[in-house]
Design a protein around this ligand. Structure first.
Ligand code: UDP
Length: 311
C-alpha cells in the first residue's frame, strides 16, 4: 500500500481520485487551496486513511514522511474559471508543477500530472493522437490554461530526463459526473442545471462544434492504470464517442424531460471546433477503454445535480 499525495484533492477529479485510492487501501494526503475546489468533496472522505491539507501548491510544498506517489491535479479547469483566474491558472501549471516535481525528486516518489486535450488547441488533426503537436493561440484567452499545461509537460519531461524522476503525463479529455460544480460553466453542468430548472439551454455558436465525453469513473480508472504503467510519454485518456454540442443539449433536454428550449449565444474566442481522443495508446499500454455510455453516466450526474439544486 502506498502513501499518496493528491493536489487539487477537493476538485471534481481530485476528489474521485482520492476516493478510489482510499478504497484500494492507500494512505492519501489531499491538498487544495479551495480556489475552485469544494470542501464538501473532501468531507465525504472522513473515516478513511485520508488527511486534508489546505495549501496553495504555487508555494513550496512540505509533506512530512515518505511519499510513494504524487498525482498533481491542482488547477482551475473550466474555461470560465481560467478566464476569471488567468494568473492563478498560469502559476499553478508552472510554479505548482515545479514544486510538485521538486517534492517528487526529494521523496523519490513517482509523479503523474494532469495534462489536457487543450494542449492540442483548436486541432488541425482529428482525432487527436499524442504525437500531434497542437494548434494553440498562446496570446488568446485560453492560452493561460493551454500554455501552462504545455509548460507543465515540458517541465515533467525535463525532470524525467535530467533528474531521472519517474514521471507520467495524462492528457485528459472532457469528463463529466457527480461533483462537478453547478456554476462550473462547462457544457454538461450548464445544460443540466438549465434543463432541470426548465430555463433556456445556452448553446454557444451554432452548436456544430464537437466534444467526446468521458464518465468520471472510466477516466479515474485509466489514470490509476497509467500511474502504475511504465509509460513516460503522454497518454490520452477520454471517451472517443464524439457528438456535437447541439446533440448534447438535445440529449440532456430529452433525458431530463425538460421543457427548456435551446438558445444560441456567441461562440467564445478560440473555442475548439472538434475534439476526439485517439485512444490507441491507452488501449495498447493500459488495456483500458471507457465502459460507461453517455446516457448511463448522465443518470447519476443528473441525480447529483437534482440534489444540489434541490429539485
Ligand atoms: N458550451 C455551450 N454552452 C455552455 C457551455 C459550453 O455551448 O453553456 C460549449 C462550448 O462553447 C464548447 C463546448 O460546449 O464548444 C464544451 O465546452 P466546455 O466549457 O464544457 O469545455 P471545453 O471542451 O471547451 O474545454
Amino acid at each position: 500500500m502506498a502513501r499518496v499525495l493528491v493536489t487539487g484533492a477537493a476538485g471534481f477529479l481530485g476528489s474521485h481520485l482520492c476516493e478510489l485510492l482510499t478504497d484500494r487501501g492507500h494512505s492519501v494526503i489531499g491538498m487544495d487551496n479551495l480556489l475552485t475546489g469544494d470542501i464538501r468533496n473532501v468531507e465525504r472522505l472522513s473515516g478513511r486513511d485520508y488527511v486534508f491539507v489546505k495549501h496553495d501548491v504555487t508555494n513550496y510544498i512540505h509533506v512530512d514522511g515518505p511519499l510513494d506517489r504524487i498525482y498533481h491535479f491542482a488547477s482551475p479547469a473550466s474555461p470560465i474559471d481560467y478566464l476569471k483566474l488567468p494568473i492563478q491558472t498560469l502559476k499553478v501549471g508552472s510554479l505548482g508543477t515545479h514544486n510538485a516535481l521538486g517534492l517528487a525528486k526529494a521523496k523519490g516518489a513517482r509523479i503523474l500530472i494532469a495534462s489536457t486535450s487543450e494542449v492540442y488547441g483548436d486541432p488541425l488533426v482529428h482525432p487527436q493522437r499524442e504525437d500531434y503537436w497542437g494548434n494553440v493561440n498562446c496570446v488568446g484567452p485560453r492560452g493561460v490554461y493551454d500554455e501552462a499545461k504545455r509548460f507543465a509537460e515540458a517541465m515533467v519531461m525535463a525532470y524525467h530526463r535530467y533528474h531521472g524522476v519517474q514521471t507520467r503525463i495524462v492528457r485528459i479529455f472532457n469528463t463529466y459526473g457527480p461533483r462537478m460544480r453547478v456554476e462550473d460553466g462547462r457544457a454538461i453542468p450548464a445544460f443540466l442545471s438549465q434543463a432541470l430548472k426548465n430555463e433556456d439551454v445556452t448553446v454557444f455558436g451554432d452548436g456544430s462544434q464537437t466534444r467526446s465525453l468521458c464518465y468520471v469513473s472510466d477516466l479515474i480508472e485509466g489514470i490509476t492504470r497509467l500511474m502504475e504503467s511504465d509509460e513516460v510519454n503522454p497518454v490520452n485518456v477520454g471517451n472517443p464517442v464524439e457528438m456535437t454540442i447541439r446533440q448534447l443539449a438535445e440529449t440532456i433536454i430529452s433525458i431530463t424531460g425538460s421543457s427548456s428550449r435551446i438558445v444560441t449565444r456567441p461562440l467564445p474566442m478560440d473555442d475548439p471546433k472538434v475534439r476526439q481522443p485517439d485512444i490507441t495508446r491507452a488501449r495498447a499500454i493500459l488495456g483500458w477503454e471507457p465502459k460507461v455510455a453517455l446516457r448511463e453516466g448522465l443518470e447519476p450526474t443528473i441525480a447529483y445535480f437534482r440534489e444540489r439544486l434541490g429539485i
